[in-house]
Design a protein around this ligand. Structure first.
Ligand code: UT7
Length: 328
């Protein structure tokens, strides 16, 4: 018996915002954004599109690939920091839109590490309780709704998008997709990457809106350093746990936050760049969607072979971080 990834899907909104477009909005340049981050463009949803809609589009593709219909699902979860509303949870909105049956639905919030956290949690549920056979795991974000479009230090970084995976308990599977995992968090660094207002600590008020406190705030340099050490250390721990050497890994899929962070992690792990998947130049940082988008692109391009080891690693607000070794 093993839990397998039966299907993957991704979706990004049509509208593309290029670095040239951003040059007209804030004091920045294509040259600065490209050299500091690797980002060339990102996709931005229109006003009428919510996170659950992005999630549904990715989910339908994953379900189609898996050959699973929505009414067969036993569990739906959405990792997001941009839920449609504080409640009901976005997974329940996805359930309704997909026409799925009354299965358990919950959101998981671990910022950019959200999809890794979800995979760990949902894998454990499928393994522990035989009443769960088929689960839909989504990472989806409309980050454009919480980006301060007047703040050049953050607005150039983020994009909207969604990714979905269908996990299934398979009684005849040769191996489980999950090999080893390491999750971590350190709340002491909560204030270096956060959204101050809109929760119970600071409900929306005229002051919070005037103070632009409903937008992402980030200490970029500190986050950068912690991201490199966090992802490197978690990845090394996971590989040691699994007894797998870096040269046995077919692909490393790091969270796409910054091209320089990705290169620094790859270097420290001693994995050559050609086995590190990078698509940040097209999407920017899509938070909990980024690793799933990479996985779906690799999958649909036929670049994942049965038995391949793939190392996922993420880092984000919380601070949260982690790594997971999966086997295709
Ligand atoms: O996904 C969650 C995790 N997030 C991350 O991992 C993000 C981590 N941090 C980063 O990726 C980088 O720190 C940034 C891309 C955010 C910033 O790059 P940096 O090389 O750390 O730049 P910096 O913050 O040190 O800023 C350097 C200069 C500053 O000017 P001065 O003070 O040297 O005159 C900034 O004001 O660049 C300036 N700057 C910009 N210039 C043009 C900051 N943003 C911009 C901009 N365009 N968009």
């Amino acid at each position: 018996m093993g839990i397998v990834i039966k299907g993957t899907g991704m979706y990004v909104p049509e509208r593309v915002l290029t670095n040239a477009d951003l040059e007209k909005m804030v004091e920045t340049s294509d040259e600065w954004i490209t050299t500091r981050t690797g980002i060339k463009e990102r996709h931005i949803a229109d006003e009428a599109t919510s996170t659950s809609m992005l999630a549904c589009n990715a989910a339908r593709k994953a379900l189609e690939m898996a050959g699973v219909s929505p009414d067969e699902l036993d569990l739906i979860t959405v990792a997001t920091v941009t839920p449609d509303k504080l409640f009901p949870n976005t997974a329940a909105l996805v359930q309704r839109a997909l026409g799925a049956r009354a299965c358990p639905c919950f959101d998981l919030e671990a910022a950019c590490s959200g999809l890794l956290y979800s995979l760990e949690v949902v894998h454990s549920i499928l393994k522990a309780n035989k009443n769960y056979r088929k689960a839909l795991v989504i990472g989806a974000e409309k980050l454009s709704s919480i980006v301060d479009w007047t703040d050049r230090t953050t607005c150039v970084l983020f994009g909207d998008g969604a990714a979905a995976l269908v996990l299934e308990r398979d009684d005849s599977a040769e191996h489980d997709f999950y090999v080893a995992g390491k999750l971590a968090a350190d709340g002491n660094y909560g204030d270096i990457l956060h959204l101050p207002a809109g929760g119970s600590a600071m409900p929306a008020s005229h002051e919070s809106v005037d103070g632009r406190l409903h937008f992402i705030k980030m200490g970029g340099q500190e986050t950068f350093k912690l991201a490199v050490t966090g992802m490197t250390n978690a990845s090394k721990e996971v590989l040691a746990d699994a007894g797998v050497a870096p040269d046995q890994i077919a692909w490393v899929i790091p969270h796409q936050a910054n091209r320089r962070i990705i290169s620094a992690v790859a270097q420290r792990l001693d994995v050559p760049e050609e086995r590190v998947y990078v698509n940040i130049f097209r999407y920017g940082n899509t938070s909990s969607a980024s690793i799933g988008i990479c996985l779906d692109e690799l999958n649909r391009a036929g670049k994942l072979k049965r038995g391949d080891y793939v190392l996922l690693t993420a880092f984000g607000g919380g601070l949260t971080w982690g790594a997971q070794l999966i086997r295709w």
